[in-house]
Design a protein around this ligand. Structure first.
Ligand code: SF4
Ligand code: SF4
Length: 83
């Protein structure tokens, strides 16, 4: 029986090529309540949030939808949306 390959890193230096955003069930969406405090940037385990124009910006190509950012935001500025 052939076992399908899944979530495997098959070569070194391939993290940019493997767009892991497709793993998401829920997508974190930054709302107008964001004040750009940067808390979510510090907690995102994937390092895919940056602050641009005083607002959090998420790179959805690599965000895995863990929603840690939503849970740590002191301003409740991130909402979850079903993919
Ligand atoms: S933690 Fe909340 S308010 Fe702070 S930058 Fe992130 S989304 Fe914006
Ligand atoms: S859902 Fe998880 S991976 Fe995506 S931006 Fe938030 S903390 Fe980062």
């Amino acid at each position: 029986m052939k076992v399908n390959e899944g979530a495997m890193v098959l070569e070194a230096g391939s993290s940019k090529k493997n767009k892991t955003g497709s793993w998401r069930t829920f997508k974190p969406v930054v709302t107008e309540k964001c004040v750009g405090c940067g808390t979510c940037v510090n907690f995102c385990p994937e390092g895919v949030i940056k602050i641009e124009n005083k607002k959090a910006k998420i790179d959805y190509d690599y965000c895995k939808g863990c929603l840690i950012c939503m849970n740590v935001c002191p301003f409740k500025a991130i909402e979850k949306v079903k993919e």
